[in-house]
Design a protein around this ligand. Sequence first.
Ligand SMILES: NC(=O)c1ccc[n+]([C@@H]2O[C@H](COP(=O)([O-])OP(=O)(O)OC[C@H]3O[C@@H](n4cnc5c(N)ncnc54)[C@H](OP(=O)(O)O)[C@@H]3O)[C@@H](O)[C@H]2O)c1
Length: 351
Amino acid sequence: MTRPTRREFLASAAAIAAFSGSIGAAQSEGAGRTTAGSGSTGSGPSPLERRKFGATDMTVTVLGFGGAEIGYQDVDQAIVDRLLNSALDAGLNVIDTAECYADSEEAIGRSVSGRRNDYFLFTKVGHMEPGEAGWTPASIERSIDRSLERLKTDRVDLVQLHSCDLDTLKRGACIDALERARKAGKTRYIGYSGDGAAALFAVESGRFDALQTSVSFADQACIELTLPKAQAGNMGVIAKRPIANAVWRYDAEPSQGYHVDYWKRLQKLNYDFTRGDARTNTGPDGAAGTALRFTLAVPGVDVAIVGTTKPERWKQNADLLRQGGPLPHDRYEAIRARWKEVAAPDWTGRT
Ligand SMILES: NC(=O)c1ccc[n+]([C@@H]2O[C@H](COP(=O)([O-])OP(=O)(O)OC[C@H]3O[C@@H](n4cnc5c(N)ncnc54)[C@H](OP(=O)(O)O)[C@@H]3O)[C@@H](O)[C@H]2O)c1
């Protein structure tokens, strides 16, 4: 498991700043307030697609918000306020965070706890290293209570075990603890967030309502390993790292951290939309648009949670989906075929 340190996130942000500057400003769209559970679609001319989230009672917008960056990159509260409120006004109804994303939970609580019925709120517990003694029922219970306090709410919609290792999962006590939290009404549903064999075990256990796993054109292992079973089990599926951290933005290999594997994979995959001048195409057939549309074309995926530090980004990405529509089947199959041709055996799901 590779967990980005705060320093790695900051270094990544600095390295891509120049490239990001070339990315166009968000296009405006009609604002429309969304009520998370109601299925109402806002007043904009073309509402964002929503999907039923597994067997739960939630219908989620296909584009959610990933809360890692606002925490790790220490984004100002005023920017978080603008970012989250403008996205909610424009139709977003899923916010994902974790207790370990620095002060992401606190920032979200400060920003949008006053409009709690407008979004589904997902968080995570744990993220200990394999074998670490932290996955005890007591620590999980404390973590959930702490999250509720930080998020300024009396319940979340989903608590996920955060990259809990296979052996710990197999012992089962951590799943028992989540089930008790669900019974106590602290969370409405429970999930597993992670990849590979542990994710497969979680799916096959039948004890989770949802799976959060890495899905993108640079991370396709789950498409055969876990997603068919998650879909058969009627689990809600959240695609994390859904645009592969936008690593096409780097001219050269990132010097460290979280983005290196995907950057190396893209050099080998060599898609026509992630190389050369094509990298600056900010339309729906450019790198970001194709990335999002690919992830959302993967069978079983319900919501892609893109991380961002920028208030305009959510609407910009929503517009890419609206303008591009579903990725045509032949383009989806070409990306799958390229992966199958090039992917090395160790190109497993990256956590
Ligand atoms: N183990 C786990 O459970 C786990 C692990 C990783 C992630 N997650 C969750 O998944 C979420 C998403 O993952 P992630 O944030 O690592 O990866 P990601 O969503 O694939 O990539 C986020 C990056 O993409 C950039 N970006 C967004 N839209 C863009 C666009 N249209 N054009 C160019 N760049 C764009 C953002 O930069 P800007 O700031 O410039 O927008 C940000 O640096 C996290 O926030 C977290 O909630 C969970």
